[in-house]
Design a protein around this ligand. Structure first.
Ligand code: ADP
Length: 242
């Protein structure tokens, strides 16, 4: 598995690197005095180096999360705050396709035990995907709720985009798995976002549920345990909550 991963990661990096190397040669050679070509090539080189940076960032995140996977998180986190911040950070990306984000949260949800930075990354990845694979003029609905027995909180990120074929759903959290590689690349994807989500959910003792209908949209639901002292709906202990 590790050898496969290294081979895949190298391949993903080699493609943009080859493009950049090729353009450097061209700019040194026959396009040396061609101003129009130079601007065009520099633009492409910028896109390719940005892609390499995103890949390296995601690879490093994945490694960091994996190293910590068996160390339980210990912060107290209010998911609504994390979700609202993640959505606000991604708001500029909704403009191109005029996508609207709506957040609904049940009132009085308890804090959970978690690593705030990892949870922020988790929701950013899910919301970003809902925007990337959403439809023009579409919606992203984010719903925070608590299970009837009070033992779990859930965050559902739903879009009305292209959806995912049933056969692909079980493979989505595999590293570098993409339903449509070309489309993912066009959208700036690395194929690592959901692998990162899976590891963060697992470190938090939670579960990821994926429900999708091609042509109608997808819902990614993260279900996380409520700490035992909160289970009987008692009020929050006065520990700092972020
Ligand atoms: P990527 O960087 O390619 O988006 P991810 O690991 O985040 O990588 O997702 C893997 C693949 O799952 C995507 O390439 C896409 O095919 C599919 N996918 C993820 N989220 C959605 C969604 N909300 N709607 C449709 N397809 C999705």
């Amino acid at each position: 598995m590790r050898a496969d991963f290294v081979a895949n990661a190298s391949h993903e990096l080699r493609t943009p690197l080859a493009a950049v190397t090729g353009f450097i040669d061209t700019l040194r050679g026959h396009a040396k005095d061609d101003e129009v070509a130079r601007d065009q090539f520099l633009e492409i080189m910028g896109t390719q180096t940005a892609r390499m940076s995103r890949l390296i960032e995601d690879l490093l995140s994945l490694t960091r999360i994996e190293l910590n996977e068996h160390v339980p998180p210990h912060g107290r986190v209010l998911l609504e705050n994390v979700v609202r911040e993640a959505a606000a950070a991604l708001e500029p990306l909704t403009r191109a396709d005029r996508i609207t984000i709506a957040i609904t949260a049940r009132s009085g949800l308890p804090a959970i035990i978690g690593d705030r930075d990892e949870l922020a990354q988790l929701f950013q990845n899910l919301i970003h995907n809902a925007i990337k694979y959403g439809r023009e003029g579409g919606h992203v609905w984010i719903t925070l709720d608590r299970s009837a027995d009070g033992e779990h909180v859930s965050v559902a990120v739903k879009d009305d985009g292209e959806g995912i074929p049933a056969i692909a759903v079980p493979r989505l959290t595999e590293r570098f798995y993409r339903v449509d590689v070309k489309r993912s690349r066009e959208k700036g994807g690395t194929g690592l976002g959901l692998a990162i989500v899976k590891h963060i959910v697992s470190r938090h003792g939670g579960r990821l549920a994926i429900d999708s209908k091609p042509g109608e949209g997808s819902t990614f639901t993260v279900i996380l345990p409520v700490p035992t002292e909160e289970n009987s709906q008692k009020s929050l202990a006065p520990a700092p909550v972020t």
